[in-house]
Ligand binder design. Structure first.
Ligand code: SF4
Length: 239
């Protein structure tokens, strides 16, 4: 069942929590980074929002822990800071550079195909266009949204497993897939929060609202959460 969320209050609470994150209040048993930014945002900042770097790191990040994404992205982008330089490597070298990222051989093959397409059709730059990005091999809505948001500063909602799960637990949406969640959030989440919600909920999902046994006792948004209210029978504001 869907619930109307006070998004302003929820986002403020999550941002306050994130500010305290580097103080050590949260741990990460999933092995991800404890930095207050997801890996792709860290890469985007390190490479000054370069669209190729964001695209490469986002592809590497799929089904891969943040710590591995950071190392693999740094290794590959060190050798291949442009699509042209990537094509000077062979696929096996690319795969070795991004190993142990999940599906590293498939990702290497896709990155080589993408590099060729970018050079042939887009002057060597990932295009700032959702449909054109979605036409690239191995690029889904999550990747395309992240490139548009992180590299081009455009409004988009990047929905990964954490955003999908937490949005459903909160009751903000009632959906079965991340893609459905993206479109449902576009209807309910004020646009001014679109770009910020991914980084906030990814970190929250890694540290507090975990897939199995969410740490509701540490949660700063219990009063917005349908799952919590249903589990505790709470109808009042508890935090
Ligand atoms: S109350 Fe629990 S289920 Fe709800 S958002 Fe917080 S951690 Fe997740």
């Amino acid at each position: 069942m869907k619930t109307k969320i006070e998004w302003g209050a929820a986002v403020r609470a999550l941002e306050g929590w994130r500010e305290g994150l580097s103080g050590g209040a949260a741990d990460n048993a999933d092995g991800g980074s404890n930095a207050a930014m997801p890996s792709v945002s860290t890469v985007a900042e390190r490479y000054r929002q370069d669209a190729w770097a964001v695209l490469v790191s986002t592809i590497i990040s799929l089904r891969t822990k943040d710590a591995v994404t950071l190392v693999s992205s740094r290794k590959l982008l060190g050798k291949a800071p442009t699509p042209q330089k990537l094509l000077k490597l062979d696929e096996a070298e690319t795969a070795a550079l991004i190993y142990p990222a999940g599906f590293y051989k498939t990702k290497a093959a896709n990155l080589h195909k993408i590099a060729g397409i970018l050079i042939d059709k887009y002057g060597g730059e990932p295009p700032p266009d959702m449909d054109a990005l979605l036409a690239l091999p191995g690029v889904g809505r999550k990747t395309a949204n992240l490139v548009l948001i992180e590299a081009y500063g455009m409004d988009g909602i990047c929905v990964d497993t954490h955003v999908h799960r937490i949005s459903n637990r909160l009751g903000a949406v009632s959906t079965k897939t991340p893609e459905e969640t993206e479109f449902a959030l576009r209807e309910t989440l004020p646009q001014k929060y679109w770009k910020r919600i991914n980084a906030l909920l990814v970190l929250y999902g890694q540290n507090v609202c975990k897939p199995v046994r969410p740490r509701c006792e540490l949660c700063v948004i219990t009063r917005h959460c349908a799952f919590y209210k249903s589990a505790t029978g709470s109808t009042s504001v508890s935090r």
